[in-house]
Design a protein around this ligand. Structure first.
Ligand code: ADP
Length: 195
């Protein structure tokens, strides 16, 4: 089973690369951002609470996102593998994910971290905000707040996987295909080792 964590700050290109990786390796996509936005659209209580935080660029509580992932893993018992996008975003979430993987008799294969500097991120997110309709992409202060949350709470997650020998960085600026090829090279090395 191939279980990938796609890591990187907001605007790093996780959505774009996820889609390509899903197609190539036949994975189920689990994006906590998308799951939260569906809750908002559906007008659930969870969605209502999450929206207030998301509109401020603040992370929603760990137990909320871990619970959502747990449900999705249970709904996809026969999947050949997963790609986690925008999750885990804190060390407790990473610990929660390890526990859930273990309960399902599997583990995280590796983390692919897309590296992009803050200036480029802000530029990309403001551009995305013009068409995505996402309120959190339309305001520069909010974008900086999200990058700050990432630097404070999410960066330690890289270290968590590094300690397990599962962290791999990919330069996230340049041609989409080149970034994809570099990511695949890392994944294929793991798959070859697992056989
Ligand atoms: P981006 O990576 O562009 O910030 P996402 O769609 O992944 O976009 O997330 C949007 C917002 O949803 C985040 O700013 C945060 O408030 C919330 N969110 C998404 N995933 C998580 C998570 N794993 N833990 C806590 N909050 C999350």
């Amino acid at each position: 089973m191939l279980n990938l964590v796609l890591f990187g700050p907001p605007g790093a290109g996780k959505g774009t690369q996820s889609q390509k990786l899903i197609d190539k390796y036949n994975l189920v996509h689990l994006s906590t951002g998308d799951l939260l936005r569906s809750e908002i659209t559906a007008g659930t209580e969870l969605g209502l609470k999450a929206k207030a935080l998301m509109d401020e660029g603040i992370l929603v509580p760990d137990e909320v996102v871990i619970g959502m992932i747990d449900n999705k893993l249970k709904e996809n018992k026969t999947a050949g593998g997963f790609i986690f996008d925008g999750f885990p975003r804190t060390v407790p979430q990473a610990e929660g994910l390890d526990r859930l993987m273990k309960e399902n008799g599997t583990e995280i294969t590796c983390m692919i971290a897309l590296e992009v500097d803050e200036e480029e991120l802000t530029k990309r997110l403001l551009l995305r905000g013009k068409t995505s309709g996402r309120p959190d992409d339309q305001n520069e202060d909010l974008i900086r707040k999200r990058v700050q949350e990432y630097n404070n709470k999410t960066t330690p997650v890289a270290n968590y996987y590094e300690k397990q020998g599962k962290f791999f960085a990919v330069h996230g600026i340049g041609e989409i295909e080149e970034i994809f090829d570099n990511s695949c090279a890392i994944i294929d090395r793991h798959l070859a080792k697992a056989q």
